[in-house]
Write a protein that binds this ligand. Structure first.
Ligand SMILES: [Ca+2]
Length: 92
């Protein structure tokens, strides 16, 4: 009877541990793919060009683009005056 009790307790543990383990593996996998995806990704604040998201914070000399569309939140601060155009080639 004691053995049976232990067995059912162990089965309970396995039943509990397995979903938790699967959850951890899934979370780790999603996290890893997200990090990998971001490294190749283009920031959605700059839809017409491909600039990787911050960090690291980039400045206009760091990117090969001028006069590109900038949408909020503009993490790199390419459009500091907020007219929607980043790294204007005609400086004031
Ligand atoms: Ca601007």
């Amino acid at each position: 009877m004691v053995v049976d009790y232990k067995d059912s307790k162990n089965k309970m543990k396995v039943k509990l541990i397995f979903p938790i383990l699967m959850f951890c593996v899934t979370v780790f996998y999603l996290h890893a793919t997200q990090i990998h995806g971001q490294s190749n990704n283009c920031d959605s604040s700059y839809p017409n060009v491909c600039i990787s998201p911050a960090p690291p914070d980039l400045n206009c000399p760091d990117v090969p683009y001028n006069d590109f569309k900038v949408l909020p939140p503009d993490p790199h601060g390419f459009d500091l005056e907020g007219d929607g155009i980043g790294c204007e080639s005609e400086s004031r």
